[in-house]
Design a protein around this ligand. Structure first.
Ligand SMILES: *[C@@H]1O[C@H](CO)[C@@H](O)[C@H](O)[C@H]1NC(C)=O
Ligand SMILES: *[C@@H]1O[C@H](CO)[C@@H](O)[C@H](O)[C@H]1NC(C)=O
Ligand SMILES: *[C@@H]1O[C@H](CO)[C@@H](O)[C@H](O)[C@H]1NC(C)=O
Ligand SMILES: *[C@@H]1O[C@H](CO)[C@@H](O)[C@H](O)[C@H]1NC(C)=O
Length: 423
């Protein structure tokens, strides 16, 4: 397989060196955040993934991926939707690169569809049309990026992205405190410990014993210290409950779960404001804590927040007008950025923040009705319509920090005619 494929995990349009922000005062929770408070070369951007946006699932020599098959299995996805078309990014990529450029971002996380470039898997031929698509995409990102950045240059580093939650003990008891630690080992340590230390976490070894593979000395030395950066996807936090001593549902009381039950609810009250996804409650403090935890545990390797985003709770009376006026998304990003800033000021080497997602897209088994995008995508015409959060993010990135809700609304109304069709 071509070597560059391994390297384009994170494509940055600028090569950055970190300069920490010095601050004489503690950052206050309700201070208004602005871009200049972040380190000088901090990267801001958006995130997508191939199956969720590309479409063109059966075109130009692409093979079938697991998701092509899974989403066509009746009953697996809400409303039996699938990613055959998705946002048709495969045909709209020039337009999408333009959208990103006008936002003013300088980093974009995307993924490569293996079945598009290796249609028959690792041992078949490479699909040149697939390679061409990603080459064109990358070239256009660099071209657009270079218009705004002095030193635009393609950088290649190898990292891994961890999908994270922070865990709080459900009860104020030692066993739940231990459960919260185990939950982190089983979610994050499982992947990061081998790549940083050459070993699985002790918490996993003590529960799973020899069911967990053992690395040879040679494998250990290959693995150890093999990461350049850690990507962090973070949306919410959960409570952790011990399942050794307490009774739990059978799916939680299992070795592979670390004998931990995780839940967003305590006594019927969610851990933070609710979103469209029950386990993704709004807990900005959780991002601060998880960044702190990863900083301490993994020698403060460079970190990127590779996903963080908001999808409003669904209800029957929601209109397109409501979806476009996504004030709660703006509020979400502000409080998470403030939390991230607190972690950076305590010394975390965080170098970038990417919003999930650029566009509303195929949200896996939830289908299309759960929307994380800065841009709304009309499912009939595939037109990309900016939500009000686009205006907020663009002004945040342009350092004008024009985040006053009334100002944003006024400009937004004069710029875009909004429809009020029921979703
Ligand atoms: C950004 O925040 C800093 C620190 O609070 C402040 O000094 C500066 O004036 C702010 N800049 C803008 C453009 O609001
Ligand atoms: C939670 O929702 C309330 C009510 O809408 C709001 O005032 C508050 O700012 C929200 N908190 C966070 C952390 O988003
Ligand atoms: C439904 O969603 C709309 C738009 O977000 C909101 O204005 C309204 O209050 C919500 N209704 C209920 C019952 O939550
Ligand atoms: C950034 O702000 C300046 C000053 O308000 C404005 O002239 C410029 O057009 C803005 N740039 C973008 C990309 O929005």
């Amino acid at each position: 397989m071509p070597k560059w494929l391994l390297q384009v995990v994170l494509l940055t349009l600028s090569v950055s060196s970190l300069s920490h922000v010095q601050s004489s005062h503690e950052f206050e929770e309700d201070d208004e955040i602005n871009k200049s408070q972040f380190p000088k070369d901090f990267l801001f951007g958006t995130s997508t993934s191939s199956y969720q946006i590309e479409g063109a699932a059966f075109e130009d020599g692409k093979g079938l991926s697991n998701w092509d098959v899974f989403s066509h299995t009746p009953g697996m996805v809400n409303n039996d939707e699938n990613g055959d078309i998705a946002d048709d990014h495969y045909h709209h990529y020039l337009e999408d690169v333009k959208l990103m450029s006008s936002l003013g971002i300088n980093v974009y996380r995307f993924s490569i569809s293996w079945s598009r470039i290796l249609p028959k898997g690792l041992y078949g031929d490479i699909n040149p049309t697939g390679i061409m698509f990603y080459n064109n995409l990358i070239d256009n990102l660099l071209l657009r990026g270079s218009a705004e950045l002095i030193q635009a240059k393609q950088g290649g580093t190898v990292g891994i992205i961890a999908h994270t939650f922070m865990y709080e003990p459900l009860r104020d008891e030692e066993c739940d405190k231990q459960a919260a630690k185990r939950a982190l080992a089983f979610l994050i340590g499982w992947f990061l410990d081998p790549l940083v230390f050459g070993e699985y976490p002790a918490e996993m070894r003590s529960i799973l014993g020899n069911q967990l593979p053992r690395f040879s000395p040679k494998e250990k030395s290959l693995l150890r210290g093999s990461l350049d950066f850690i990507g962090i996807n973070n949306y919410g936090a959960l409570y952790a409950k011990d399942c050794y001593l307490s009774s739990c549902p059978p799916e939680a009381a299992r070795p592979i779960k670390g004998f931990v039950e995780t839940t967003p609810m305590r006594d019927g009250i969610p851990i933070g404001n609710q979103t469209a996804i029950p386990r993704f409650c709004v807990v900005p403090k959780g991002m601060e804590k998880i960044v702190d935890y990863i900083k301490i545990k993994y020698h403060n390797l460079p970190m990127y927040i590779t996903e963080n985003g908001y999808s409003a709770p669904l209800n029957q009376s929601m209109t397109v007008h409501d979806i476009l006026h996504d004030f709660k998304r703006i509020e979400y990003h502000k409080v998470y950025l403030a939390a991230l800033l607190r972690a950076i000021r305590k010394g975390a080497d965080v170098r970038g923040y990417m919003i999930w997602s650029l566009l509303d897209n195929f949200e896996w088994n939830n289908g299309y009705h759960i929307r994380f995008g800065l841009y709304y995508v009309d499912r009939q015409t595939l037109e990309r319509i900016p939500k009000i959060s686009v205006q907020w993010f663009a002004s945040f990135l342009n350092k004008t920090s024009d985040s006053n809700i009334e100002d944003l609304s006024r400009k937004y109304r004069s710029k875009y005619v909004t429809t009020t069709a029921v979703v």
